[in-house]
Write a protein that binds this ligand. Structure first.
Ligand SMILES: [Zn+2]
Length: 449
């Protein structure tokens, strides 16, 4: 095609022009462009299109030639507990309740900010390495994770977790309110970090405290997230305590809304799915964690068909045991078929939507998860010269079924390249190895293992 610049139009300035073999845009038409490029200015995508055309029309301060690679939006992790990288592989092969009460909570109770910072930085490194550019977190001393994300250039939504019963961090649920307000104020002007109100679950926080915390989320105008309906065992606890199933507890308190993101929703009835859809409530599917803890398989396709926005998350690194969204994307597609006894259920495009645009809505950050003019310049590149990605018939299929995450060779957030060809630009990964060793000794000493 003709790419000459008309005499009367000077080239437009941009900060960076990225060329690639293909771009999975995840725009409204789900266009996949070949021989394409992205022009980036400040922290936004200025234009996506044919490489020769953009090359002629843009005067780029910098260029990044990613020939032989495909670009896709940075993946959005809808549910994790980033510092739990410290407990990766510490307690495996256990059901949810025994795992939490017998192994995780006793060690977590002794974590301090120094250890949490190491865990958070380890988590950031893994997210960057595997092509994740934003995440929805829930843990303790969340400013530590916020600082880690902000310093290494990742987007994060932070959730200071609380229970109704006394925890080492808060004696009551309400004691957490001030921390949530302080956290929100601390990061209010940070373009990368936001906050969310985060009660642990309906079986650990009573209905009145759930409702009070939702009022706080409304007052601060931030998302409200919680674990919900993770397993039949949780449903049994809720029925025993309140005579209601988990979704019913929220519905009765008026806590089903577009402001709400529910993690898991494995044990939900058809009627509850309709309530989630009608209320605009968001759900995050965590297939690896659900499989590992033997919690069950969420009826994802049924929820999607009903109109529920279902995103995708890894959950923490001690129940997955990875923070690699590529693995969860593949698993979502695979177990979705078995769950619904239908090979067409949770197809590749759906799984990619879940890991990008749908998760972005779960974070309350719907402009993420696409490569499109006017939207944030968060994107990753997969190396198409990896043997497992040759040849290419369908780029989306490769991203979901064939890629492992290790083909990620570039990770960019807000126009800043955080990782390129093995080099972490914002993190000292070799230093993290020494710190991780120190952490493993500490975990052994406090757990007696
Ligand atoms: Zn979780």
């Amino acid at each position: 095609m003709t790419t000459s610049v008309p005499a009367d139009s000077a080239p437009r300035a941009c900060d960076l022009l990225v060329r690639a073999d293909a771009i999975i845009t995840q725009d409204d038409d789900r266009r996949v462009l070949t021989g394409a490029a992205v022009a980036i200015g400040d922290d936004l995508v200025l234009e996506v299109g044919d490489y020769a055309d953009l090359d002629a029309r843009y005067d780029a301060a910098q260029r990044l030639d990613m020939s032989g690679k495909m670009l896709l939006p940075g993946l959005v992790n809808g549910h994790t507990h980033l510092p739990m990288t410290l407990l990766r592989g510490f307690a495996d092969d256990l059901p949810l309740m025994e795992w939490l009460e017998g192994h995780i909570w006793p060690v977590e109770a002794q974590l301090d900010e120094d250890l949490l910072g190491i865990g958070a930085r380890l988590g950031c490194a893994e997210l960057i390495r595997t092509g994740c550019t934003a995440f929805l977190n829930g843990y303790f001393h969340e400013y530590v994770t916020g600082d880690a994300a902000s310093n290494c250039g990742l987007r994060a939504v932070l959730g200071e977790g609380f229970f109704a019963f006394p925890s080492p961090f808060f004696p009551t649920a309400e004691a957490c309110w001030e921390t949530i307000r302080t956290l929100e104020a601390r990061f209010r002007d940070d373009p990368l970090v936001r906050t969310a109100v985060t009660p642990h679950a309906a079986f650990t926080v009573p209905p009145e405290d759930l409702a009070a915390s939702f009022e706080l989320a409304e007052a601060l105008d931030i998302p409200w997230q919680t674990h919900l309906a993770e397993s039949p065992a949780e449903t049994a606890v809720c029925l025993g305590k309140y005579g209601m199933r988990p979704v019913e507890i929220l519905r009765k308190e008026g806590l089903l809304s577009p402001r709400v993101t529910l993690h898991h929703c494995v044990d939900v009835t058809d009627g509850e799915i309709l309530q989630l859809a009608a209320s605009g409530t968001n759900v995050v599917h965590n297939p690896a964690s659900n499989l590992k803890l033997c919690s069950g398989m969420s009826p994802v396709q049924k929820m999607l068909d009903a109109g529920v926005n279902v995103g995708l998350g890894t959950d923490g690194a001690s129940s997955n045991n990875q923070l690699n969204m590529f693995r969860d994307m593949g698993l979502a597609a695979l177990i979705g078929k078995v769950r619904h006894e239908d090979a067409s259920a949770v197809n590749a495009g759906t799984a990619l939507d879940m890991a990008t645009r749908h998760s972005a809505r779960c974070l309350g950050w719907p402009e993420l998860g696409r490569i499109e003019a006017g939207f944030p310049a968060d994107m990753i590149a997969l190396d198409l010269s990896s043997p497992n990605l040759m040849p290419v018939f369908n780029h989306v299929s490769h991203a979901v079924y064939a890629a492992t995450g290790m083909e990620v060779c570039m990770t960019m957030v807000a126009g800043e390249v955080l990782y390129l060809y093995g080099e972490f630009r914002t993190l000292d990964v070799s230093g993290l190895r020494k710190e991780a060793l120190r952490c493993s000794k500490w975990v052994r000493s406090v757990s007696g293992k």
